[in-house]
Design a protein around this ligand. Sequence first.
Ligand SMILES: *Cc1c(COP(=O)(O)O)cnc(C)c1O
Length: 359
Amino acid sequence: MTEERSDAWAAEAIRRVGMRGPQTVPTPLRRLPLPGIRGIEVYLKDESAHPTGSMKYRLVRAMFREAIAGGAIEAGTPVIAATSGAVAVAGAHFASLLGLDFTAVVPARTPGEVLARIEGEGGRWQVAERPPAAVQEEARALAERLGGHFLDHFTDAERAVAVCGEPTIADEIFVQLGRERHPVPEWIVTGAGTGATSATVGRHLRRHGHPTRLTVVDPENSAYFPAWASGCGDYTTGMPSRIPGIGRPRTEPGFLPTVIDLMIPVPDAASVAALRWLRTVAGIEAGPATGTNVWGVCHLVARMREAGVRGSVVTLIGDTAGPYLNTHLSPSWVRARGLDPAPYEADIERFFRTGEWPI
Ligand SMILES: *Cc1c(COP(=O)(O)O)cnc(C)c1O
């Protein structure tokens, strides 16, 4: 292939990946009704509206653009990811858009429905031979063997989003909130998986001098809350999170604790309770990490109410309920994990009705 042709491929590939580029349609900002509370508005930025149903679409798009721009992905380069989660679904989506082979190295016992979503976007999967903690190494080795590109979201997503030059989730939030009653939110609330989203929002707040503060909610077993609280940059729990997309057994390189004002550890049963409440009462079909976000929001809204502060709070719908109907949304699955969401459900229900929150 000549130099000229490879440049032409890259230019066309960047155009395709950013297809919604200049005319990018921001994901919707939805308002959560708070009948029991006056003067405070809660908004949910609906990241499940992306074509692959999750906020990882944004991260993976930025990673593809950076890999193409830097020559790591060229015509015919196979792309490999080390997850069965939303990154694999989005990776398969963008690879297929570019006519590239995509393989997800997935942990053993990944449910069939999850694998079907990767296939649905035109990707392949293979079950890792090594234990879950070594799946990344296996994917990296496979990429080397194939002369392919390893889509290493824990290492690369944060930087790719920071430099890719597209409007970030924070840019979109401030534009959309500009039309609302309290255009500069008191708080923005998110979870941390790669850490890219919280880093993007935190940097945006500082760069623009906004008084808005950033809260990161963190599930059980995650290294992020103890890392933030202790200032220990390489904190490890070695335990997997039960809330897909957020919480990590170790502090990943994209996690930027210095831009986070508050972290709230959230019990997994509380995340499940908020997830159920969202679905049955608010009619919002979200994934478990959105439950974690909403639990954190309740806490912050209660603090604002207590202090007589009016204003807005923004959080995210990170993905959709669909993939979790047989897991987090199934009472028997939840029970089998020893989780009891009932007391937390009662707290949430009372909070949205009356504004009362247990300390
Ligand atoms: C990945 C993910 C997050 C966290 O985003 P990062 O930018 O990776 O930290 C939150 N919620 C859901 C549903 C996710 O999939």
